[in-house]
Write a protein that binds this ligand. Sequence first.
Ligand code: NAD
Ligand code: ZN
Length: 363
Amino acid sequence: FVDLADRSYTISIGSDLIPSFAELASDHLQSDRLFIITDENVAPHYLSPLLESCAAAHLHVETVILPAGEQTKSFSQYESLINRLLSYKPSRKDCLVALGGGVIGDLVGYVASSLLRGLPFIQVPTTLLSQVDSSVGGKTGINTKYGKNLVGAFYQPEAVFIDINSLSTLPARETLAGYAEVVKYGLINDETFFSWLEENGPSLLKGDKDLMAQAISKSCQSKAQVVSEDEREGGKRALLNLGHTFGHAIEAACGYDGTLLHGEGVSIGMCLAFEASVHLGLCPQEEADRVARHLKACGMMTRAADVPHTLEADTLVNNMAQDKKIEAGEIVFVLAEGIGKSLLVKGPDSQIIKTTIMRSLKA
Ligand code: NAD
Ligand code: ZN
């Protein structure tokens, strides 16, 4: 449950939620018309069961299948999706359904926020990353030539339906990238959850569905809690960016060409945040080692040298200066006093940050 007064909504997690979508969604629909938007990788697996459930419930459905990939979060796809939907003459009571990963969720959410000045939408996230992170919290948006997610809106869905079974077709690398965000919740403020992941992470990544469901549920609760306290990122919500300032800098240096997934950058970024915290005298070395050990045991990247690109420390430092999370000219970093003890630090010693990056780049 995400507690946001009249914009509150529930997150349902389970097996086979997609085939029972219409039943589950019926309480959230204001009309019998739905627009399902998905991508070309997700459609072959999950569109038919979703459509069948809608047909059985006598819902009128229009479907849009978009190209897969980050390029879909663009002005041009936004415009063509808006025009396509307008051609169906929607009313403000009709509901959009985002069936797919974070790309579809972010784009559809933003279209929902702006089409006819806002109509309801439901998230059906199908990647681990979107299930534990992007589908919850109401951040929607598209990318621009100046950077990712620079145009968007805070716009909450009517409901989120997480079908664990959809992860069975997700490439292992995508699952692992999503897992970085799961680990993030433990590192921010829940040492007990991190210990649980140390014990169960490898098994849940090998396909243990019960453990996976528990991890997703815990992650969503964690995110919902933070978002309820700080919907518009005035303070506490910024902790969710642990590993992201470093991670985004690495992603940008790799050129968003698919060679580095967001979660892979975040995995390295969290290690860097802990290393920097050690060098700044905030955090014991053993804690940083424990973070890297767990990520590594799960098969994740932990150092900038793991990236299949030649990166320069100066490039990464410059990229960080472009980050959105800048206050009065100073970058706000999420650092840590230990596992489960993250904190915001404005403008930490830039030389220490750079040295941390340089060490991480050494093979
Ligand atoms: P994605 O949507 O591109 O999905 C990754 C790949 O997996 C795509 O090729 C997709 O077609 C495919 N796919 C999706 N579900 C599948 C399934 N069940 N089986 C097989 N293939 C499947 O990427 P993502 O990692 O889900 O999301 C990344 C996006 O999320 C980024 O644009 C990022 O900015 C955004 N994001 C948003 C928030 C937020 O709060 N709104 C938070 C984190 C990330
Ligand atoms: Zn992230």
